[in-house]
Design a protein around this ligand. Structure first.
Ligand code: NI
Length: 135
């Protein structure tokens, strides 16, 4: 951590704190401080997505590559959003299915648009968007 740590006191109802301690134990946190820091960071990431800031993340799609037009369409869409795409990974899951993971960075609204364009295609069986960080 490069920034200096500051301490602050928090008053919290006992039952809420008990719940929080159970939560952080189940998530394997060693102490409350790191858990609170992560929750705050996660909230800021969420906020960046809502306010359409520059963000990074990944889009994963699963599709059947035997539908030839679908593969062409998936490639076309990715070329249309080429400025957002940093990298992509293609994995042949089995005889029929491919998994593609597309790493993106750019305006949150455009990333959502790209994800929606891909996952709404007929033949794309699953599409997820994972948000990583605000920049
Ligand atoms: Ni494949």
């Amino acid at each position: 951590m490069n920034s200096k740590l500051k301490r602050f006191g928090v008053a919290i109802p006992r039952d809420l704190l008990n719940r929080f301690d159970k939560y952080i134990k189940s998530k394997n946190y060693k102490n409350r401080s790191e858990a609170i820091r992560d929750l705050i960071r996660a909230e800021f990431v969420k906020e960046s997505w809502v306010s359409d800031k520059i963000v990074a993340g990944s889009i994963s799609i699963v599709y059947n590559h035997q539908k030839r037009e679908l593969v062409d369409k998936i490639v076309d869409v990715q070329h249309n959003y080429q400025k957002l795409i940093i990298s992509s990974l293609h994995i042949h899951l089995d005889h029929h299915h491919c998994l593609e993971v597309i790493i993106v960075k750019g305006k949150a609204s455009l990333i959502k648009q790209l994800k929606d364009n891909l996952s709404s295609m007929k033949g794309v069986q699953h599409g997820t968007l994972s948000i990583t960080s605000s920049l």
